[in-house]
Design a protein around this ligand. Structure first.
Ligand code: C5P
Length: 232
């Protein structure tokens, strides 16, 4: 069976809670994302445990530092056996190239994707940090830079996916959070998109957190999203 395009965000406060939740999932049914909160609490052992259980793991630590430090972090992440790693595109060309070079060539290596502009930032906040372009222009600029530096894709809002897909071609991964099945609460997300709309806009992978982690039956919630987006 083709692997799922759904990446479940494991936003849990500790490793025990994350593993208890993961026990309820089948490794073929989804991928898992480990972000700052869980990684700071539970560390690389938890990541290894998830990989060991057969889940493809996206280590969402958004590295952003000098090239040498980021290259070292990417190398260490790859050694954990994860499927996907990310860095901030705003770290610049030399940092992005160093991150890419830190991974071996070939298909067994993790995907390396970039964060462009955090979707939590609005135009006024961007201006305050010196970015005067429209947010969408900045997203496209950084996505092009990431592609030029040999990265495999970007994390982006599903609302930007169509623009990026057209500008960057089909061979560039688009990973989109902010997904809510029709009729579900947006919670603290602001501009949510349904799974089907995200896929139609060109998303390759959908990051879904609470609609699955807080569902009474997480496998049922996953299957409902799969049914909505259809086969890969
Ligand atoms: O629970 P929910 O589906 O909102 O979780 C979305 C996940 O995607 C969270 O882990 C959040 O940190 C992450 N994310 C996001 N928006 C971004 C980047 C990451 O919601 N722009």
């Amino acid at each position: 069976m083709a692997r799922s395009r759904i990446i479940v965000a494991l936003d849990f406060p500790d490793g025990g809670a994350a593993l208890r939740f993961v026990e309820r999932l089948e490794p073929n049914a989804c991928r898992l994302k480990v972000g700052f909160e869980l990684f700071v609490a539970a560390g690389p052992d938890l990541v290894r445990a998830l990989v060991q259980r057969g889940f493809p793991v996206f280590l969402d630590l958004k590295f952003h530092d000098i090239p040498n430090t980021v290259a070292g972090a990417v190398r260490a992440a790859a050694r954990l056996g994860v499927w996907m790693i990310n860095v901030h595109a705003s770290g610049g060309r030399r940092m992005l190239e160093a991150a890419r070079r830190a991974l071996p060539d070939g298909t067994a290596r993790p995907h390396l994707v970039a964060v462009t502009v955090l979707t939590s930032l609005e135009a006024a906040e961007l201006r305050e940090v010196g970015i005067v372009h429209a947010p969408q222009d900045q997203v496209l600029r950084l996505a092009r830079l990431a592609q030029d530096c040999g990265l495999d894709g970007v994390v982006c809002s599903a609302r930007e996916a169509l623009l990026l897909r057209r500008a960057l071609g089909t061979d560039f991964l688009l990973v989109t959070p902010g997904i809510r099945p029709a009729g579900e609460s947006a919670q603290d997300q602001r501009r949510v998109v349904t799974p089907a709309a995200a896929v139609n806009a060109g998303a390759d992978y959908l990051v879904v957190g609470r609609p699955v982690t807080r569902a009474p039956d997480p496998m049922e919630a996953l299957q409902a999203i799969e049914a909505e987006i259809g086969p890969a």
